[in-house]
Design a protein around this ligand. Structure first.
Ligand SMILES: [Zn+2]
Length: 374
């Protein structure tokens, strides 16, 4: 449960009871009164699309979205506000740029704008429909994206507040490629999810885990959109958006190190790349985009072992690990691995096929696990 001051609930024109009263009853009444008051509060919040109010109230009372199945269906179907800006070649000082498309606007006709819009919407829908998460922060945070960043800028990033996309075309990505790939968009937005949950420090192994969680949920957004079985999925991130002479994708989760010529991702701990977490860009904050191949492959192996829909098998285990409050910001691979085994046991049972698959995934990449008690 969340302590501290409750964010005020704004009055509803359609109700006669002031929200402050409902809150007081919910907090101090007996069980029946508490349930009735909560139901009223949450239903009106949902009806008015007050998603932030809804999630604040849920957390205040230690409830999950599954506990409020009585809510009208339109509330979960609604998403956060989604706005795309055109920064027209400008740099960070020019962000977010000119507003081009808002939540209810029709397509703009600019592919970058419309792809960024659709990718943000589908990522938010994934988190909402699969995990009951209300936007990136779990509290209905508005989604803001800016496109046409910089000149032939070959990257996309989450800057702590919003998504930013370059146009590519600088020699790494095909022009327009960065917004064309739904797993790249979901990858970047998942950095926001991580920022608001486990807060994994962006250096060394915790940074590689931060990168890996973004690839995991990036891949799952794409697989779910395609209705793909874990055994049929490519497990490629950013497929088809690199200049073709470089290779087929940015990363391969199932076969790290094979996505493009010069791909330096190790496939297991024997090949772990020990880099200093300094300011030299070649060292990649201690190899965050390099060693992320190791946890990436652990996930992909576990999902392939089980088959079926990875977002319903291993995905929920990784989601609980990322957002459940137990993964420390400085966690290393071993700590994360141990927690996934624990969570798989809690969710599916000790010794379940799912737990064995998770354990097998980490064993495949040679990350040391606590001894199996069996
Ligand atoms: Zn990233």
């Amino acid at each position: 449960m969340v302590s501290g001051r409750l964010v005020p609930v704004i009055g509803c024109r359609c109700g006669i009871a002031p929200p402050s009263l409902l809150l007081a009853v919910a907090e101090r009444g007996d069980a029946a009164a508490r349930d009735a008051a909560l139901r009223t509060l949450l239903t009106s919040a949902a009806l008015r699309s007050r998603r932030a109010t809804l999630s604040v109230t849920l957390r205040r009372f230690g409830l999950s979205p599954a506990d409020v199945a009585f809510l009208p269906a339109q509330a979960p179907a609604a998403g956060p506000d989604n706005t795309v800006y055109d920064v027209a070649g400008g740099d960070e000082a020019a962000l977010p740029g000119r507003r081009v498309r808002g939540t209810t606007d029709p397509p703009s006709g600019d592919p970058a704008v419309d792809e960024a819009f659709d990718g943000a919407a589908s990522t938010a829908a994934f988190y909402r429909e699969v995990f009951g998460r209300d936007s990136i922060d779990g509290r209905g945070l508005d989604l803001v994206s800016s496109v046409h960043f910089g000149q032939r800028y070959d990257n996309a990033f989450w800057n702590g507040d919003q998504m930013v996309y370059g146009d590519g075309g600088g020699g790494v990505f095909v022009a327009g490629g960065l917004t064309r790939s739904p797993d790249v968009i979901a990858h970047e937005l998942t950095h926001g999810v991580t920022q608001f949950s486990a807060g994994l420090a962006y250096r060394g192994q915790s940074g590689a885990l931060n990168e890996s969680f973004s690839d995991v949920f990036g891949a799952l957004v794409t697989q779910r959109a395609r209705g793909q079985d874990a055994r049929a999925a490519s497990w490629l991130i950013g497929e088809g958006i690199l200049e073709p002479s470089l290779g087929r994708a940015l990363r391969s989760m199932i076969a790290p190190g094979t996505a493009y010529a010069g791909d330096d991702q190790p496939a297991d701990m024997d090949a772990y790349v020990d880099l200093p977490a300094d300011d030299d860009p070649r060292n990649d904050d201690g190899g965050v985009h390099v060693n992320s191949g190791i946890p990436n492959r652990a996930f992909a192996e576990a999902a392939r072992t089980l088959g079926g829909r990875a977002w319903e098998t291993v995905g929920p285990v990784w989601y609980e690990v990322l957002t459940g409050g137990r993964l420390r910001p400085t966690a290393d691979f071993a700590a994360c691995a141990a927690l996934t085994v624990t969570v798989a046991g809690e969710r599916y049972g000790e010794g379940s096929a799912q737990q064995d698959a998770v354990r097998g995934g980490w064993e495949a990449v040679k990350v040391r696990l606590p001894a199996d008690p069996r």
